[in-house]
Design a protein around this ligand. Structure first.
Ligand SMILES: Cc1cc2nc3c(=O)[nH]c(=O)nc-3n(C[C@H](O)[C@H](O)[C@H](O)COP(=O)(O)OP(=O)(O)OC[C@H]3O[C@@H](n4cnc5c(N)ncnc54)[C@H](O)[C@@H]3O)c2cc1C
Ligand code: FES
Length: 317
């Protein structure tokens, strides 16, 4: 087992073990660390998407009255993002001499493009683990539902739920088959009717059959992942007292999953996404509204610190 660290969170320098395209727009990054605090599925790390460099010692520079000081620290020169970028953990392996963390991200901008360019052996500065993860519910059957870049945390969750003795069925939705960060055709092909099959290597390795859905119908069930989940619940012989649902994805998908689970009384946890700055609860930049007993009926919580995972019943949409 890896040497545990006494910190519950902190800044760590990881080394890149591997970095490969997982599909047309996602990359799978495998990081190696000498130590890392315990983690739960649903937690995330805040990655500094720029070179790991020591903070420069203050140096003398000429500052003319009426002008701004000239930029000289690494984050104020060049195109390195100033703010860290939050990315979920897609997996973790504890080894005798360290820890491996898996991260799968979609390239959407300057930070994730920098991550995509990392080479084996290069250092990466990560802050974590952050946030509150999924809390396994006492139900024998688990549906893990991921949309787009919400799929990666579901891999880590599926592994943990299977290890806890739950039967896991995965639902993975993408705009098209080319944007799905999973390896298709492991043992079976995806079902166009929305039935779970052992069609993805990643979920099959975690003991879970998968329903693939695509918006353009290029792979698996043509339609939304929430529609496939609804169809499966209605058509299979799932006793609703046995099922719990865990989901991560874009807001409309989460709202649809909530609209399905809440009236049916199915326990459900949702991992929300917000733009984040500190990731630690300091900047107040990532709020979401949750229900409470106050006269106005709601209050703000912080997605980075109180979440990103919330019970379906507490979220105000
Ligand atoms: C808790 C959490 C976990 C996440 N986990 C993953 C993950 O596992 N894999 C993954 O691919 N992405 C994940 N994301 C989203 C990821 O943080 C953003 O895509 C990333 O910060 C974009 O950085 P960038 O510099 O590449 O893009 P930027 O140049 O900053 O922005 C490019 C575009 O992406 C949009 N964008 C930026 N940040 C977010 C955000 N937080 N949510 C939605 N849109 C955003 C911007 O509005 C803009 O349109 C997660 C976000 C959160 C809050
Ligand atoms: S990102 Fe700063 S408080 Fe949540």
């Amino acid at each position: 087992m890896a040497v545990p660290t006494t910190k519950s969170k902190g800044i760590f320098t990881a080394g890149v073990l591997a970095n490969r395209p997982a599909c047309a727009d996602h990359f799978a990054l495998l990081l190696r660390l000498a130590e890392f605090p315990p983690t739960q599925p649903g937690q995330f790390v805040n990655i500094r998407c720029g070179r790991v460099e020591p903070i420069l010692k203050p140096t003398e520079f000429e500052w003319r009255p009426g002008s701004l000081p000239p930029p000289h620290q690494p984050e104020t020169v060049g195109r390195q993002p100033l703010l860290r970028r939050p990315i979920s953990l897609a997996g973790r392996r504890d080894l005798d001499d360290g820890v491996e963390l898996e991260i799968i991200h979609r390239v959407v901008g300057v930070g994730t493009a920098w991550l995509a360019g990392l080479k084996a052996g290069e250092p990466v500065d990560i802050l974590g683990p952050l946030g509150q993860g999924f809390r396994p519910v006492d139900r024998p059957l688990a549906a893990v539902v991921g949309g787009g870049s919400g799929i990666p945390p579901m891999l880590y969750l599926a592994e943990a739920l299977a290890a806890a003795g739950k039967k896991v069925v995965a639902f993975a939705g993408a705009r098209s088959g080319a944007s799905l960060p999973l390896t298709i055709g492991a043992h079976d092909l995806p079902s166009q009717a929305g039935w779970p099959t052992l069609c993805t290597a990643e979920f099959a390795a975690r003991g879970a059959a998968t329903v693939i859905t695509t918006d353009d119908g290029s792979l698996g069930f043509p339609g939304l992942v929430s529609q496939a989940l609804q169809g499966w619940i209605e058509r299979s012989s799932v006793a609703q007292g046995e099922l719990a649902v865990y989901a991560c994805g874009p807001n409309p998908m989460m709202q649809a999953v909530a609209g399905l689970c809440l009236p049916a009384g199915i326990p459900c946890q949702l991992s929300l996404e917000r733009h984040m700055a500190c990731g630690l609860g300091a900047c107040q930049g990532c709020v979401c509204k949750v229900k409470d007993d106050s006269p106005q009926g709601w209050k703000y919580k912080l997605v980075c610190k109180d979440g990103p995972v919330f019970d379906v019943g507490e979220i105000c949409w």
